[in-house]
Design a protein around this ligand. Sequence first.
Ligand SMILES: *Cc1c(COP(=O)(O)O)cnc(C)c1O
Length: 403
Amino acid sequence: MDYEMFFRQELDGLHKEGRYRVFADLERKAGQFPRATFHGTEGPRDVTVWCSNDYLGMGQNPDVLAAMHGAIDGCGAGAGGTRNISGTNHYHVLLERELAELHGKEAALLFNSGYMSNWASLSTLASRIPGCVVVTDALNHASMIEGIRHSRADKVVFAHNDPDDLRRKLQAIDPRRPKLLAFESVYSMDGDIAPIAAFCDLAEEFGAMTYIDEVHAVGLYGPRGGGVTEREGLSHRLDVIEGTLAKGFGIMGGYIAASAATCDFIRSFASGFIFSTSLPPALAAGALASVRHLKASQTERAGQQDRVAAVRARLDAAGIPHMPNPSHIVPVMVGDPVLCKRISDELLERFDIYVQPINYPTVPRGTERLRITPSPLHADADIEALVGALAAIWGQVGLRRAA
Ligand SMILES: *Cc1c(COP(=O)(O)O)cnc(C)c1O
């Protein structure tokens, strides 16, 4: 086989569909977020980032940076091993305690990413609970889908955020079989939020264990940043709450919070937890500072909500169509992969604004979009510049305006 030829042909297919991914070469600048230096073909220049998942700018928070500097100076660079073999640093222990407390759970367990926490936890639970059926939302994240697939457990997919369909699917499963209900709170591409209480009611009625991904909510929602489950007073009804330290908390790493037995079970049986070197102490120390900061401070959450409302109002005034939702995610709908990429390119080249195009398979074909994530650090002038640029491009490419 001509391997090189095969790879090139496959890549050509992506190019033809307009969904070949091009990474923007960015140099983030601490203290200046959402500004970054973009290293393009014509050399470096400053751009405004409008699509970061560092939702609250915690990646440059002074408490976080001081904690990370302190841990590097105190503990050095790496963790030095897996959790079992010399790699459990005191910062990991403190962070797990903090996360358990944040979600009102007995325990928490750290992973090297949110992806790994979903993949390892779901695959371990679904493969090790005898006869388990996983009941999973149709729009769950790739990390959940892959974890469920890897478990080889039976899987039933229910219609996105639809309690009626979930009931039908649960009713059809042999009542004697254990069931694991897996869903997210805030869905990252449409920004909609699951009917968590209704799902918990159904889980209770049918005896299912509940697993929620709060990746796009931790730090952002709830009076202490404990996510939508905290805001709605539902944390105690979820058996497993999964989150990331990489988005609202601004650093890196993933976790689950659950009962002591659940965490101990996954700690003891999950290959993706056991056989991987643990997070560097500095990341754990930084995450600890970030979680503690957002437990006490409302400034970032309030600022973000204010900026989200301001962006939506300006888009409405300019007739730029965006998907309404109850979260902080502002999807500006384009509906064509080539056009979506072109708009993103023009924003960057002509207006020094960076918004990555979101194409298939991240979203369904025909729903290609620009996913805008306003942060508390976007100023009024940034919003004016963004909406002005979008309005200019909208007219030029002949896209539909909203009423
Ligand atoms: C980003 C994401 C993850 C993975 O988290 P990382 O920490 O980035 O690996 C998991 N679930 C959802 C819904 C996500 O959007």
